[in-house]
Design a protein around this ligand. Structure first.
Ligand code: URA
Length: 234
């Protein structure tokens, strides 16, 4: 495999970022700086270092996937395709999606092998904001903004936590930001208004925003900046 491709699959950065890192002398092969992105890596025998870190020991990987509809947010399933089937990376063992989007939901999904980070992002105590774009089969009203702010009864022990609703266009479309992750939460919240969600897309999770250049089904490693921001969010 080419060195730039290898570094990309190891989660170091996008193809153009890693080429830049290589040209700047941040990559060493067997102890020597090597500035050729086209170098053919011997994955079994070469010792590859990025900024002094031996990549064999670099433990965690982080990918942003633009989940398309029709895929389960799971590692494996006997009947359906899963989001991991879309991820053509090495190493792949141990990767899992952070939280779940419904099969018909699109948008931002973080895939990692970092269990601690996943736990932090999903912990109800952390109130991590998740923003969605939603299309409905009917119109919202200004008063729904207040209702969602106060919390609605979706049949759980407590009302939902305050959610931010931003009406768009003809009021059949909106952004909603929630800080919980109950099963089908967004769909159930709109059901309390007598509305059905006909399209749902997650745009952000905490500081992480869906890269608008990723088409449904495409993914990329997180940048160092994005990883740091997520970790600072802890
Ligand atoms: N809320 C839902 O109803 N579905 C999702 O996929 C995510 C949030």
């Amino acid at each position: 495999m080419r060195l730039d491709k290898y570094l990309t699959t190891m989660g170091i950065g996008s193809r153009s970022q890693v080429k830049d890192y290589i040209k700047k002398g941040k990559v060493k092969i067997n102890g020597e700086i090597l500035k050729k992105p086209e170098y053919h890596v011997d994955e079994e025998n070469d010792i590859i270092e990025f900024q002094g870190i031996n990549l064999e020991y670099s433990k965690f990987y982080y990918y942003m996937l633009h989940k398309p509809a029709g895929y389960l947010s799971a590692v494996k399933d006997d009947h359906c395709q899963t989001v991991l089937d879309l991820l053509d990376v090495t190493p792949k063992d141990g990767l899992f999606p952070v939280g779940r989007l419904d099969k018909d939901t699109e948008g931002l999904l973080l895939i990692t092998n970092d269990g601690a980070l996943s736990h932090e992002l999903l912990s109800p105590k952390k109130h991590v904001e998740k923003k969605y774009y939603v299309e409905l089969d009917g119109a919202l009203t200004e008063s729904d903004i207040q209702l969602f702010q106060e919390g609605v009864d979706i049949g759980e022990k407590h009302l939902t936590k305050p959610a931010k609703l931003e009406l768009l266009e003809d009021n059949h479309k909106a952004y909603i930001t929630i800080t919980e992750g109950k099963y089908h939460q967004v769909k159930r919240m709109f059901k309390t208004l007598g509305l059905t969600v006909i399209y749902l897309k997650r745009l952000s999770m905490g500081p992480l925003e869906l890269d608008s250049t990723l088409k449904p089904g495409q993914f990329r490693p997180l940048t160092e900046k994005e990883i740091k921001e997520l970790q600072c969010n802890k």
